[in-house]
Design a protein around this ligand. Sequence first.
Ligand code: TRP
Length: 327
Amino acid sequence: MKKLTLTLALLLSLMILVVPAFADQLRPVVGIVQIVNHNSLDASREGFLRALAEEGYVDGQNMTVIYRNAQGDQATLNSIADYLVGEQVDLILAIATSSAQAVANKTETIPILGTAITDYLSANLVKSYEAPGVNVSGTTDMNPIKEQLAMIPELVPTVKTIGLIYTSSEVNSQQQIIVAKEEIEKMGLAWEEVTVNNTNDVQQAVLSLAEKCDAIYIPTDNTLASAMPIVYEVSVDKKIPVVTGAGEMVRQGGTFTLGLDYEKLGYQTGKMAAKILRDGADISTMPIESQTDYNYYVNQSAMDAIGIAVPEKLLPYSEPMVTPVPQ
Ligand code: TRP
């Protein structure tokens, strides 16, 4: 009897020792860092968590998610990066270019998956798309810039000059603007550009381009994305259409575009995360993935206010503004 009690006690203490460690292994900690709140980025985060749940990783059940948002502030972004690395999380999801740069600067060992990242190479995040060679991989949201721009003469046949607005410090925007300029020139059109430092500059930037241009192109720029209601006001007032890098930017004040689905992009990234967490896949050999499933987005309210008729093929995509415009 005594022997049995002893064995039981031993077994029990062993379980106490072993089970938490075992449970810990099954319960990975995933850090999520996001530069700012706007719909595209939120959608990619939701898609990521949806894919992980589908793979059996549910936040609060068998996975812990530490989610932090820098609200557009670089200093906050850096302290979030410090915090997540200090916590020694098992994997980090970095949403948008600056988030990935911030965490990649702090760790060479924790796997970092990026999503909604325009260009990993110009952001110095990986060695190549096929084989990153470092602890970073993920999904890119490089947009169909050529096709987006090609919509302009279709909808505005008289267009001669396209205005470009972006934030000078956003490397993701710089890269898209390089492509946009090339494409505009290939189309035989002219461009004019204005850069902004923050959202306070946006109204003046749109006003100045409205003087010289027949349409405006705005890439997936995190500063501009937060200022779409301001863009909308000037755009309808000056009757100048605004083509955007992302569909959500149309929903919030742009006029039309062809863009990718960020929820799907995040979902694809979540599947990559499952391979790392469950199968122990080596991130440095995981190619960067992309999305080619594009959708048209047409802001019916903007089209009406500017006075552009929606072509027949775009009618199914035309929807009124979701976000109320400030008066
Ligand atoms: N691609 C941007 C980056 O790399 C982030 C982004 C995704 C974005 N979707 C957007 C920015 C829509 C503005 C609007 O940082």
